[in-house]
Every structure is written in C-alpha cells, then in structure tokens.
Design a protein around this ligand. Structure first.
Ligand SMILES: Cc1cc2nc3c(=O)[nH]c(=O)nc-3n(C[C@H](O)[C@H](O)[C@H](O)COP(=O)(O)O)c2cc1C
Length: 148
C-alpha cells in the first residue's frame, strides 16, 4: 500500500505526531511537510493522511493553500484521513478544529474518508504533546490501515 502523510507544523508538535503516524504504518510510506508536497502526486497514492495544527479553529494557511490546489475529482481512487493537534480547553471548542475541515475538503475532491477526523492534544500552544498522545497517534495509524 502506498501511503503519503502530509503535515504542517509551527512548533514541531504536529510534525512529531505525523512522524509517529508514518512510523506506525507498514508499506511504502512517505512523510512530507506541506511545502514539500506536490499536488500532482497525491492522486497516485492508496492512502493520503493529512494533519495540521489547529489555529483559530482551522488548519494553517499553507495547508489551506495546498488543499485549494487539489483539482476536483482527483482523489477519486484515494482513501483519505485527517488529523490535527489542538489544545484541550472549553473556549477553543467554539471555533472547531482543523481535522474536520481538512477531511471535508479531501472528501469534496473525491477522496474516501476511512476514519473520523482525529485530534491529538498538546499541553500548551508550543507543546509538548499530551501524555500518551504519541502512542495514541501510532495506534490510530495502525487502526486505520488495518495493521493492528
Ligand atoms: C495563532 C494560533 C491560534 C491557535 N488557535 C487554536 C484553536 O483555535 N484551537 C486549538 O485547539 N488550539 C489553537 N492553537 C494551539 C495550537 O493548536 C497548537 O499551537 C498546535 O497544536 C501546536 O502544534 P505545532 O507545534 O505543530 O504548531 C493555536 C495556536 C496558535 C499559534
């Protein structure tokens, strides 16, 4: 199975989670920061996993710009999944989170969503990640790829 994990990260937490996800998947796995990824490449993989920090209730500008460039229908043969990192406070819940928005766009471009959008907790704006979140990210990756 050809898997591509694309992430963005300001302080490095989402990158760590993305590495845990990519490391837990067996097969042909590639991990790219969003700036290194090529829109033409994503339609050729079996599974595309995208993740971003939640900033102001949504994904980063680089991630939004990348998603905007994906042509309609180009993910029609691609399974997709989305994750984000987020802070666990009541206040931010009002604004929503990045993963659901990423998933919506990937579905809109023809992708088949294979798991509900997932959020991983960071303890503060700059991190670190919450206790057990790296392990949970690896378990999530194994679960969605059927590699338990
Ligand atoms: C400008 C900015 C806005 C943020 N807005 C939110 C938010 O709306 N909801 C939330 O849960 N976390 C918010 N956060 C916290 C980020 O989710 C957190 O910094 C991020 O998960 C860390 O990941 P990174 O190290 O990959 O950047 C915000 C952080 C920044 C810098």
């Amino acid at each position: 199975m050809k898997v591509l994990v694309i992430y963005d990260s300001l302080y490095g937490n989402t990158e760590k989670i993305a590495r845990a996800i990519a490391g837990a998947v067996t097969g042909d796995v590639k991990l790219l920061r969003v700036g290194e990824a090529n829109v033409a490449e994503i339609g050729t993989v079996d599974l595309l996993i995208m993740g971003s920090p939640t900033q102001g209730g949504r994904h980063t500008k680089a991630m939004r710009d990348f998603l905007d460039k994906i042509p309609a229908g180009s993910l029609k043969n691609v399974k997709v999944a989305a994750f984000d990192t987020r802070i666990k406070t009541m206040l931010v819940k009002i604004f929503g989170y990045a993963a659901g928005r990423i998933a919506d766009t990937l579905k809109d471009r023809g992708g088949t969503l294979i798991a509900p959008p997932e959020g991983f907790i960071v303890k503060g704006t700059k991190g670190p990640e919450g206790d057990g979140e790296m392990e949970r990210a690896a378990a999530w990756a194994k679960q969605i790829t059927g590699n338990k």
